[in-house]
Design a protein around this ligand. Sequence first.
Ligand code: EPU
Length: 297
Amino acid sequence: MASYRILKKSLKGKVSFGEPLSMHTTFRIGGPAKIWVEPDDEEDLKKVLRFAKKRNLKTFIIGFGSNVLADDKGFDGIAIRFSSPNFKKIHFEKTKVRAGSGLAVISLVLSCCRHSLGGLECLVGIPGTVGGAVRMNAGYKKNIGELINSVRVMDKNGRIKTLYKKDLKFGYRRSNLSSYIALEAEFNLKRSPKSSIVKSCNDLIKSKRQTQPLNKRSAGCVFKNPEGRKYPAGRLIDLCGLKGAKMGGARISSKHANFIINETRATSKDVVNLMNLAKKKVREKFGVCLEPEIIRL
Ligand code: EPU
């Protein structure tokens, strides 16, 4: 414990011990993080990473916890959240925008709209941070990776570098950024009338509200859509008759079968049990192996 106190003393940002992850995930599930850090700036982050490396502690950037299933037992490492304004900066230069990875995706979309810059509307309705969206190549039809010029990253040794388009690889819900921490991304957007950006955003959010349980505690889509297959994951789970299936306090949404809802104090085990059930039934019926989209912590 003494060395953790040293970490606390050496940082400008917040450090706490045993912070409940259920407070920081959209599922509202998760036990305590051994160490919880909200670094004030990149210097702080560097110190945290060096501290972790020296003690062989895992680190995890939690963002808004919108794509995460944290274990009820907690996380035996350092959970990091970019809540400081230093990680949420946004800077416009002609049709380029640079955004800090702690910024909310929705703030980025709205700021771009105010500057009549279109392209990022595909991100509307995603309750995460810019860093998380970049790392997971989030989006719908168009994905965020297609609009990225460069990403400033920090490696696990605290060294900062910039990865340019030629260095970056994006696939369906994946990128080659997993060994780095994204600090800031630069996007190349297109001038577009505000009215058409607003319309695209409204249309997308309207269709998501109609088809997804956005007002419930969930982590978005649980499984990736199987690539090269006729049916998306939600359709496959639905066709197995699993809408509304319940385990403990968790339920497969009756609105969209690829969403699991924390209905009444669900545990991570309840969610995992439902995921296993969906995987098993889909494998038996369609011979398809569903791959989780949510990150287990
Ligand atoms: N469908 C069903 N039953 C269901 C759910 C869907 O039959 O329970 C059918 C729909 O009727 C539709 C098709 O499946 O014909 C596709 O459904 P939807 O349009 O909802 O799209 P999706 O493939 O299920 C993807 C992303 C979502 C994103 C929506 C935007 C993945 C895994 N999912 O969902 O992303 O919001 O498109 O429409 O890529 C996320 O990543 O967390 C996420 C929610």
